[in-house]
Write a protein that binds this ligand. Sequence first.
Ligand code: PMP
Length: 407
Amino acid sequence: MSNFPVDKIRSDFPILAQQVYKRPLIYFDNAASTQKPRQVIDAIRHYYEYDNCNIHRGVHYLSVKATEAYEEVRRDVREFVNAKSTREIIFTKGATESLNLVACSFGRRYVQPGDEVITTIMEHHSNFVPWQQMCFERGAKFRVAGINAAGELDVDGLKAQVNEKTRLIALTHVSNVLGTINPIREIIAFAHAHNVPVLIDGAQGVSHLPVDVQELDCDFYCFSGHKMYAPMGIGVLYGKEALLEELPPYQMGGEMIKDVFVDHTTFNELPFKFEAGTPNVEGVMGLGAAIRYLKNIGMENIAAYEADLLKYATVKMSEIEGIRMIGTAKHKASLVSFLLGKIHPYDAGTIIDKLGIAVRTGHHCAMPLIELLQIPGTVRASFAFYNTEAEIDQLVAAILRVKKMFE
Ligand code: PMP
């Protein structure tokens, strides 16, 4: 941990240098959205100053240049998650759009009345509601795997739900409420032994852990740029080529067609079949810069540094009397959810904010989980590689202050 260049890294993030309420900003809301390094901001600026143009459909200089830059980032993303081909990398608005795309297209193609789809109780709404609604529409059964007291997935329970009617398992890599890292490799291997494809919601995975989709052998992997230091409004759907080939397009319009006649239309090849309309080119430029930034530091180094931060926070916070940690899985990503006695998370979060520390409170878009736990929500502090132990000490002091105010 000592040789991790956190000071140098912090100087790359202009927003972290500011004061809020006359105190240095401490940003612990990284699971909601991460801050952006200057390199990402510069890439967007550079794009508008030198390359801006609609892509894929022009013969002129700028259009060719912008198209080449856009496709270069697709190659970077392919390499970042180790996909086999750039045809398997689809740019979307974010994880939510990626998940809706698969739920909609996969549902239409493969899910019949009486079929079943399995997800888990720890999913974000965006990997829960699309499957639930698709199952309602198609007369399929929506099954939900549970968790144990530590917030770990009931893997045996999930496996027991797999049968010949199961069409797909959709689960998160990392829980945005509990921090739990799910044993996705084991679940994918089991599912494949039963001919069931697996979709992984990687929104909280890809920014913390090295991801190799070929090694995982997942069928789909979805993520958002803004949670991995890139801009908002850009995300990725990875899908195995053979599966994507079989899926119908999700949106219709320009770019996704090959030929259009009055009586029928033929569709473009992958990945363009799933990229209807003018894409978010500036977002893609920012995503490319974010990937280069992460690669420079190294995902292994990031994972190791954040694991140390989590360990430090867990030890320090567990010492606070009356704190209840929500999510104590053995394998966790760098976030802590907690409750302080009977103090409402919103009240705690508001006071912590006034001390210059950004935490998130509420149900974190995971209402089925919050209901299962019978809690009003949690306070969540989620760490990035620009956070420090000294900042965690400040959080502990803020929590003690909250407790004192309510005593
Ligand atoms: N899945 C998980 C686990 C998340 O944490 C989030 C964002 N909080 C999403 C999906 C949705 O991501 P986005 O809002 O960027 O589409």
